[in-house]
Design a protein around this ligand. Structure first.
Ligand SMILES: Cc1ncc(COP(=O)(O)O)c(C=O)c1O
Length: 375
């Protein structure tokens, strides 16, 4: 068990060239976004994900904001996305005045139910946001097929899935723009950070411009569009480069943690474990989710509270977008139902993992869970 007998929900691993590269930033004085590690990090992740361009930004939410603006999303356009996801996915859609069109999730994979997408397409649909959640990719092949048929943009939110593949192709390589996050619970971390990845030169230029206040090369302070300062610093990128160098090892560690949990918890009744694999991917266990049975003796809130009392941090699954209080006044999703999104929120949560997590930690958490759920 960790220090103070408390196991945090995530522990990053910074045991490669992180210190060396960050020291280089300090000794050379290159600490802003102008420093050389930004380009190096962008190229390294773009190469890893089979992309021509990487545009490093301040965080994963910023990457999504930029991606929606780069595809030219306008007021009144519709974007299809899952109800069960993080709020980051919907923010820029709402701010632009576009309309989020939700789909429900699958209870088996916890990802968006792509079979619901086609019936939601209208003449106003501009894009599909494909979000990979928890450890298995969503059916990005089907999403691309539908998008191609209807001439729609696909943005792939690969925040949780860098290092994962879909049918052998890297997550982050699909769709017009992919976005990712480098928060410390990710396989690659820069503390805070994100990236847009694309093969399209024009979209890449737009992403770069939106990231940097839409300054113009010819007349810097004359603006034709509104951007953000979403730049990533050289120090963050230095961390990122060192992390990409270790990405394959991090993926192995993540899978080791996940598989160990599955082995230790396999005989417990009361909850379902994450699927180990599907025909298109092996679980990367971005986090290790616990999905309580209908007749489990606890709901997710109760189980999380008991684990907290035992010194184990947990997080709930996402609160569905259609139930968010912030959208209620505008009656954005009034009368809409996404039952599986609600089931996932009520009956699922995740337990500690993280690339820096040890086998002892896995054993300690599993022991508490086994005790809690014994009949
Ligand atoms: C699927 C998904 N999208 C977007 C984000 C937002 O990333 P950030 O926290 O870096 O803004 C996250 C963060 O965890 C995420 O999991």
């Amino acid at each position: 068990m960790s220090k103070n007998n408390f196991i945090p929900v995530n522990t990053p691993l910074l045991d490669g060239n992180e210190l060396k590269y960050v020291t280089e930033c300090i000794t050379t004085g290159w600490i802003s976004s102008e420093g050389p590690f930004v380009d190096k990090f962008e190229s390294a992740l773009a190469q890893y994900t089979d992309r021509r361009h990487g545009i490093a930004v301040a965080n994963g939410t910023a990457a999504l904001d930029i991606a929606f603006s780069a595809i030219g999303l306008k007021k009144g356009d519709e974007v299809i996305l899952p109800s069960h996801t993080i709020i980051s996915c919907i923010l820029q859609i709402i701010r632009i005045g576009a309309i989020p069109i939700l789909v429900d999730s699958e209870l088996k994979t916890w990802n968006m139910d792509v079979d619901e997408i086609e019936s939601k397409i209208t003449s106003k649909t501009k894009a599909i946001l494909a979000v990979h959640l928890y450890g298995l990719p969503c059916r990005i092949d089907k999403i691309i097929e539908i998008a191609d048929k209807h001439n729609l943009y696909v943005i792939e939110d690969a925040a949780q899935m860098i290092g994962q593949t879909f049918n052998g192709k890297p997550c982050g390589s699909f769709g017009h723009i992919s976005t990712t996050s480098f928060y410390p619970n990710k396989q690659v971390t820069t503390g805070e950070g994100g990236m847009c990845l694309t093969n399209d030169d024009d979209l890449a230029n737009k992403c770069r411009s939106f990231r940097n206040l839409c300054f113009q090369t010819e007349s810097r302070f004359v603006h034709k569009e509104l951007g953000w300062n979403y730049r990533m610093t050289n120090i963050q990128a230095a961390l990122g480069l060192a992390q990409v160098e270790k990405l394959d090892e991090h993926v192995v560690l993540k899978r080791k943690i996940g598989n160990k949990y599955s082995e230790l918890l396999k005989d417990i009744s009361g909850f379902n474990l994450p699927l180990m694999e599907t025909e298109y991917a092996k679980n990367i266990y971005w986090v290790y989710g616990i999905f309580l049975n209908e007749n489990s003796k606890y709901n997710a809130k109760e189980a999380m509270l008991l684990l907290q009392e035992a010194g184990i941090a947990t997080r709930p699954f996402y609160y569905p977008m259609h139930l968010q209080p912030v959208f209620q006044e505008d009656k954005l999703f009034e009368g809409q139902e996404y039952p599986n999104a609600e089931i996932l929120y009520n009956r699922a949560f995740y337990i500690p993992s993280g690339v820096g997590f040890t086998e002892n930690d896995v054993e300690a958490v599993s022991k508490v869970l086994i005790d809690l759920f014994k009949v």
